[in-house]
Design a protein around this ligand. Structure first.
Ligand code: NAD
Length: 281
């Protein structure tokens, strides 16, 4: 199967690794060449770590690496069977990419978005053939997280939904089919995890290390909310909250936090920029 991934950042790189590991021929495209170089270097490191842990051998590493090519234009993706978009979380930018993409690929190519919270129906409406558009929402880090939400738009055909569920299952992921509502299932349920933690911090009732520690020790979470927001990236996480808040007609349950907004404005995006709630330098 020929798979294209658009956006070679955190998610696109992980999704490319998942597809390549399952034997697909993957083309990874990013507007920014540096992102592609970074993605290639990071894959090398990830695979070396898997060799150290004796989870794969050198031949498997080569096979996965050889299954991915790094390309600089959308045109290079024209022979794909499935395209997964993982670019910036902005509806207008995604709609533009999808409408352009549709003119390049074959009629039968499935066009998927990895959006965390935007309307798949609205992205599909930017295409002439909206029935082939669908949401495939991986979690971070994509190679490790088992769950993938598959989200049909209201225009998506049954055939495209079935093929997508089959493909993602073939990639050894567990599929949850979710309705096209803001944040789908997991990102909607996760909003209060972040927002109540931010409120406790803002109200001065506990510091972030204590909140993180409590949720890990007592709540059984793998990461505390502040560690997780730093891991996801505040630019990504804040926009998701803003989208869910706006899409639910400004329901105060989903109100975004000014503390997080200021981090985004400062460029303190979390681990990827070296500083977020915590300092990683
Ligand atoms: P990121 O910032 O790490 O990567 C985005 C990449 O897209 C960048 O390399 C950028 O250069 C590239 N890009 C931007 N516009 C482009 C365009 N028009 N064409 C080609 N490349 C373009 O972002 P990310 O964290 O990987 O998130 C990507 C998508 O996945 C978003 O929709 C986000 O909501 C979703 N998502 C993120 C997470 C997460 O934890 N970070 C989890 C699940 C889903």
């Amino acid at each position: 199967m020929k798979v294209a991934v658009i956006g070679g950042g955190t998610m696109g790189s992980g999704i490319a690794q998942v597809a390549a590991t399952s034997g697909c021929q993957v083309k990874l495209f990013d507007l920014n060449n540096e992102a592609l170089i970074k993605s290639k270097i990071s894959l090398e490191k990830v695979l070396d770590r898997l060799i150290e842990k004796q989870k794969i051998d050198a031949a498997e590493k080569n096979r996965i690496q050889n299954n991915i090519s790094y390309v600089n234009t959308l045109n290079d993706l024209s022979d794909s069977d499935l395209v997964i978009e993982a670019i910036v979380e902005n509806l207008e930018v995604k709609r533009k990419v999808f409408s352009e993409l549709e003119t390049l690929v074959s009629e039968n190519t499935i066009l998927a978005s990895n959006t965390s919270s935007l309307s798949i129906t609205s992205i599909a409406a930017s295409c002439q053939k909206p029935e082939r558009v669908i949401g495939i929402h991986f979690f971070n880090p994509a190679p490790l997280m088992q769950l993938v939400e598959v989200v049909p738009a209201i225009q998506t055909s049954e055939e495209v939904l079935n093929k997508t569920v089959q493909t993602i299952s073939d990639w050894k992921k567990v599929v949850a089919v979710a309705k096209d509502t803001p944040g789908f299932i997991v990102n909607r349920v996760a909003r209060p995890f972040y927002s109540e933690s931010l409120r406790i911090l803002e109200e001065g009732f506990a510091d972030m290390a204590t909140i993180d520690w409590s949720l890990k020790e007592m709540g059984g979470f793998k990461m505390g909310p502040f560690e997780l927001m730093d891991f996801i990236g505040h630019d990504v996480n804040y926009v998701v909250t803003e989208t869910v808040f706006t899409a639910f007609y400004f329901d105060p349950r989903y109100k975004p936090s000014l503390t997080q907004k200021r981090l985004v404005e400062a460029g303190y995006l979390g681990r990827k920029s070296g500083r977020g709630f915590y300092d990683y330098n």
